[in-house]
Design a protein around this ligand. Structure first.
Ligand SMILES: C[S@@+](CC[C@H](N)C(=O)[O-])C[C@H]1O[C@@H](n2cnc3c(N)ncnc32)[C@H](O)[C@@H]1O
Length: 236
């Protein structure tokens, strides 16, 4: 598993959100990712949700604010520390619980949640099947996950990143769904311009880029070139 040690380091954790989501294009991608998660999981109110690899709780806190009953699980104590502080500031710590744990061995009984999801996680996995199986096991209804795509702009520079990322073809995602005994309900393909590049752009430029690529995003060509996909699946 890539990144397990990386996200234990205080310096990495302290700068995690600031570096990626606090300004310009980064802030825009944070908002768009939250909208995508919200849309996939809606209706949110009173839904029992598990987020695996929740990190600093970007999505867990947002969902708790919308009335979901949320558990955020992550292997990194410092990332969870940031999440707990955020939940307290947002006043949602009564229906959001953060737990330390390994997503390969979820400490919950079968069918315990209505929805289980993971964002910015599967690109780190060496053996993603073990994670999808666990997600499917503890969900009684819905599993949502995101992948970084093999045939996208990301492939051009992925090799140069310190950790690199696992990139997925559609076929690999289908194999993953089979491993979890899941069937696909909905899919969304976004970001022809990968979000790693977005975060280098000032806010105004990022917005202009986004509206230009939005048109392309919604076409079959845009779907093929998109750097990320959200997969919304149901348990069989
Ligand atoms: C790129 S961060 C994403 C955090 C969050 N999902 C987000 O989008 O902001 C990846 C996270 O995966 C967590 N992680 C890595 N391996 C894990 C594992 N086996 N079980 C649970 N969490 C894990 C890391 O600690 C880190 O917080």
């Amino acid at each position: 598993m890539k990144g397990q040690k990386w996200y234990q380091q205080e310096t990495v954790v302290e700068s995690y959100e600031d570096k990626r989501f606090s300004r310009g294009g980064g802030r825009l991608t944070d908002r768009l990712e939250k909208e995508a998660v919200f849309e996939k999981l809606a209706p949110i109110e009173d839904k029992k949700v598990l987020e695996i690899a929740c990190g600093t709780g970007r999505f867990s806190v947002m969902l708790a604010e919308q009335g979901a009953d949320v558990v955020g699980l992550d292997i990194s104590a410092p990332m969870l520390g940031e999440g707990r502080a955020k939940a307290q500031r947002a006043g949602v710590d009564d229906h959001l619980k953060f737990m330390r744990g390994d997503a390969a061995r979820l400490p919950f009984p079968d069918d315990h949640f209505d929805a289980v999801f993971a964002i910015r996680f599967f690109h780190l996995a060496d053996s993603p099947e073990e994670y999808i199986r666990e997600m499917a096991r503890v969900s009684n209804e819905q599993v949502v996950f995101e992948t970084y795509n093999r045939f996208s702009g990301r492939a051009l520079y992925n090799w140069a990143l310190p950790m690199g990322s696992r990139l997925y073809s559609r076929r690999e995602v289908e194999t993953l769904l089979d491993a979890g005994q899941l069937y696909l309900v909905d899919e969304t393909h976004e970001f022809v311009v990968p979000f790693g590049l977005y975060r280098k752009l000032p806010g105004g430029v990022a917005k202009a880029f986004r509206s230009a690529e939005r048109g392309l995003d919604r076409t079959p060509l845009g779907d093929k070139l998109a750097s990320i996909s959200y997969w919304d699946a149901a348990v069989e």
